[in-house]
Structures are given as C-alpha cells and as structure tokens.
Design a protein around this ligand. Structure first.
Ligand code: GUN
Length: 293
C-alpha cells in the first residue's frame, strides 16, 4: 500500500506556480491577484480561507481577504460581488461557502463573472466542464485528478464509485472521471444517501472517492483488495490532543482500509492541500486569460 502524499505534491505544484509568477514579474507582467470573501465566523471556513490566503503569499500572488459579519444582507453581498467583478486588478475571487441561511447561495454564485469564477461553481463553468469545453474546474475535483495523474493511477476502463453527489465534489468529479479525456474514461457509479446496495457497489470499485462528509463511513469490509481510495472528508471534531482543540476526520476508516488498498489518501495531508493548489492554478489561468481569452 502506498500513501498518496498530497502535501508533497502540492508543495511541488506551488514551486511550479511560484516559478511562473517569477517569470511574469521578470517580464513586467501583472501579478495574479485572488480575492476571498468570508462571511461570519465559522471556524472551519475561516481556517480554509486563511490557508488559501497564505498559499497566495507562498507563490507570490497578491491576495485580498474581505470579511463580513454574518448579518450582512444578500444585497450587500451582491454589491461586493459586483465590485469584484468590475475591479480590473482582481483576476479571480471566491465566496467561501456555506453562507448564512438568509443568503441565497445560488444567487451569489450566479452573480460572479464566470471569467473570474476560480472556484468553478458558476453554472456556465459547470456546463462548459460537463461538455468538455475549457472552463474553471472546481478545485477539489481538479486536485483529485491531479493526484491520480501524478501517481500514474490509471482511470481508463476502471470502475469508480463516487460516494456523495454534492455540487462541489461528488457531481463534478463523477463527470470528469467519465469524460473521454486523459484522466477520464472510467465507468462511474455515483452513490448517495438513497443508494440501497452501497456496500456491494463499493466492493466492486477499482477506485473509491469518498465525499460524503460522514467520518469513517468507509470501512475495511467495503473495499476490494488492491483498490485506490481517495478520502475527501474533512469533518472537524473536537480534540484535546491538538493545539487548536480540533482535528480533521476523513470519510474513511484509515487503518482498516489502508491494509487492503493499493493507494490511499490520508486526512489531513491528502486531498486538502491539493484543493488549495488547484485554486491557485485557476487563478493563474484567470490572470493569463487562458480559459476565456
Ligand atoms: N466550501 C467548501 N469547499 C469550498 C470551496 O472549494 N470553495 C468555496 N468557495 N467554498 C467552499
């Protein structure tokens, strides 16, 4: 069994991006600039956004963090989105999800200019991705594909079982893996809370992508010998063993599953760091105008 080291791969990719930024600087070009909007004080969201901003610094991007209290109105947030759409210095921006219940997330996502939608959440980007056109691909699915690629894990002709159908991970990764493309050509089964024979389907999988958000859902008896297991779960649970008082739990019961599979991603240090570098890559593409020209 081999552990897929997302931390190491993401550090390599950050170096590649940093070299490109250096090159842009040397040629007198514009430094890529990412803005992140964070609403409220949810500890998980604040940590993720802080990691994104720090990653920008590490590769030499400009970054802007915009914070609002969670009583901000939908209209005020829409006004900020419009401001960012019209700010020529900002190449791309994200609005961290989830948003407070009084704000319609779909309305906010649709208000983002697709050319600056480096999260790849706008229906135009999702639609373009679905039909294989150039698009911003959301960061977690893109990060998963990059890990498979860098570890030379074949997807063509394989049976992938995706657990979860969220707009952020399950649905886009299932579309990408089934596409006629280099890291596609898989037969994909999408499982969710209404799937009755989930364990049997998992046992048939060559690759399992666990993105349910249920800690330790995938157990050893659900995994075929030699399967590849990608754990997207990042549930924060209280812990008295860490400095922050929190620890991340994946969707996979690591010790049991690791014994059976050929490759596995740990939590933390697997998919998480790849999500952040995929966002950086999208920001670079936005700055270079490579998706929409
Ligand atoms: N919430 C959980 N994952 C993400 C993400 O990739 N982008 C944003 N904007 N919010 C999230």
């Amino acid at each position: 069994m081999q552990i897929i080291d997302g931390k190491k791969i993401s550090a390599e990719i950050k170096e590649e991006i940093a070299r490109e930024v250096e090159d842009i600087k040397n040629k007198g070009g514009k430094i890529p600039h990412l803005a992140a909007v964070l609403v409220g004080h949810d500890g998980g969201s604040a940590t993720y956004v802080a990691h994104k901003v720090k990653a920008c610094e590490q590769v030499g991007f400009k970054s802007t963090l915009i914070r609002f209290e969670d009583n901000i109105s939908e209209n005020e947030l829409l006004t900020k989105v419009n401001e960012l759409n019209n700010d020529d210095d900002i190449d791309g921006f994200i609005v961290q999800l989830p948003l407070p219940k009084h704000i319609n997330e779909e309305k906010i996502i649709e208000a983002v200019n697709p050319k600056k939608d480096v999260d790849g959440f706008h229906p135009i980007n999702v639609g373009r991705m679905s039909v294989g056109m150039p698009s911003f691909v959301s960061a977690t699915p893109a990060g998963i594909l990059e890990l498979l690629k860098r570890y030379n894990i074949e997807t063509s002709g394989k049976h992938c079982v995706v657990l979860g159908r969220s707009n952020i991970v399950g649905r886009p990764v299932s579309i990408l893996l089934s596409q006629k493309a280099e890291y596609g050509n898989a037969t994909v089964t999408v499982c969710h809370s209404r799937t009755p024979n989930l364990k049997e389907l998992c046992l048939q999988a060559d690759i399992i992508i666990a993105a349910l958000g249920v800690p330790e859902f995938v157990t050893g008896n659900m995994v075929k010998e030699g399967a590849v297991v990608i754990d997207v779960g990042t549930t924060r649970v209280k812990s008295d063993k860490t400095k922050s008082g929190w620890k991340l739990k994946g969707d996979v019961k690591f010790d049991e599953v690791a014994e059976k599979c050929s490759y596995i991603t740990p939590v933390p240090g697997g998919v998480g760091p790849m999500t952040i570098v995929s966002l950086l890559k999208n920001t670079l593409l936005a700055a270079k105008g490579e998706i929409y020209g």
